[in-house]
Ligand binder design. Structure first.
Ligand SMILES: [Fe+2]
Length: 402
């Protein structure tokens, strides 16, 4: 059984559970049988309608690049419900397992009659209600606030081999744009303005410009075309750009607006005699990841792009290339891909982030002998337009020789 089919099964089981839970609730709250039928039918029709719309059963839908009424009123509530109800279901399953284990243990080990405690039972029921309600509140927070609460970070990167004249050189990084109804073209233009206001020397983009729909590529390029920096704007491609099959076309569109996508390519950045070697590679992974084919060796042939006499900086969407990048001595890798966990619970513990199951490099700065890596959380979202504990990010690096 693949991971995908397990996830689908759990999603389905969660929905079945909630259908019966709502039925139970209606039975308890509405005495009149006919009223119950009317309310149940209305709820059922809304539920099935939202399902049909969001699974594309009402006709093929193209991804809009602005927030349409359909996205706001039909997709957002459905996605909020799908994510929140799934988490709540998992919590309920966990609590039920704990409860039955405790009851079983008490039956085995307790001697004498059971002592009833109605107060404790009410307290436990209320606590369980609060705990299962929390995912719905957290989901709403992530949809309306967490997703839009941009953080501009200012990491200082020490590169001992940096030429003195480049001390203080600043690079702005934007990643994982994922244009769509919840990251509309206008919203991206706002992020472009914010990045431009930082007056960085160089701007880099680390992929996932689109999500799955190739028709959105013109709009994302148009929105990002406003990026300005004295040493130019460069980028690399992400897995979603590959999945949408826009690698060649989006590279061409970017070139038309003066943004160069580096595809196993390099460029010298800076004044003559004091340059940085900027390299870029397409998304690559050792494991099969969606429709992407795995590679046998990460950063194969990267040595041919490196310049041993310069500081080498790599744009690679997947942070997993870092181990090999450090091995060959790439001074700084800039990546995205993880969205910082997107629905990470890092405010509880940095270990609780779904992305950690995929990569140890979820967000922020990592150091190893031979190199450093910065993983940007990106500005867009995938799957559900929700961010919890992983705010969108524009990073402005200041390079220093120490
Ligand atoms: Fe992404």
């Amino acid at each position: 059984m693949s991971v995908f089919s397990i996830v689908l099964f759990v999603l389905f089981a969660a929905q079945v559970y909630w259908v019966f839970a709502v039925r139970r609730l209606l039975r308890r709250r509405i005495r009149s049988g006919s009223s119950r039928v009317i309310v149940g039918s209305v709820l059922g029709a809304v539920y099935l309608g939202l399902m049909a719309y969001n699974f594309g059963l009402l006709g093929r839908r193209y991804t809009p690049v602005r927030l349409t009424p359909g996205a706001a009123l039909l997709s957002a509530p459905f996605l909020w419900w799908a994510a929140s109800s799934l988490v709540a279901f998992l919590i309920i399953m966990l609590l039920t397992t704990v409860k039955w284990t405790a009851i079983g243990a008490l039956k085995i080990f307790r001697k004498g009659p059971a002592i009833e405690s109605p107060g404790r039972r009410v307290f436990l029921a209320r606590t369980a209600g609060l705990v299962t309600g929390a995912p719905f509140v957290a989901g709403a927070y992530g949809l309306f606030y967490g997703r839009l609460n941009l953080e501009t970070t200012h990491p200082r990167i020490v590169l001992p081999r940096l030429p003195r004249s480049l001390d203080g050189f600043r690079i702005a990084q934007l990643s994982d744009i994922h244009i769509g109804p919840f990251m509309p073209e206008d919203e991206i233009r706002k992020y472009v303005e914010i990045a431009n206001a930082q007056r960085a020397d160089l701007v880099v983009l680390t992929g996932d410009f689109v999500t799955t729909d190739p028709t959105t590529q013109d709009a994302v390029v148009a929105a990002l075309s406003g990026l300005k920096a004295p040493f130019g704007v460069f980028g690399s491609l992400g897995n979603h750009d590959g999945w949408a099959r826009v690698e060649n076309s989006i590279t061409r569109l970017f070139a038309e607006v003066g943004i160069r996508i580096l595809r196993d390519q390099r460029v010298s950045i800076g004044p003559p005699g004091a340059t940085l070697n900027l390299m870029g590679v397409d998304f690559q992974s050792l494991k099969a990841f969606g429709p992407s084919r795995p590679v046998i060796r990460l950063l194969d042939n990267i040595e041919s792009l490196m310049r041993p006499d310069q500081v080498n900086i790599l744009l690679s969407h997947n942070p997993d290339t870092f181990d090999r990048a450090a091995e060959v001595g790439i001074d700084l890798s800039l990546a995205g891909h993880t969205h910082g966990g997107q629905a990470a619970l890092e405010f509880i513990s940095p270990e609780i982030a779904p992305s950690r199951l995929v990569t140890p490099y979820v967000s922020g700065l990592f150091r190893k002998p031979g190199g450093q890596l910065y993983v940007n959380r990106g500005i867009g979202t995938i799957g559900v337009p929700i961010r919890i504990g992983a705010p969108p990010e524009i990073s402005i690096f200041e390079l220093t020789s120490g």
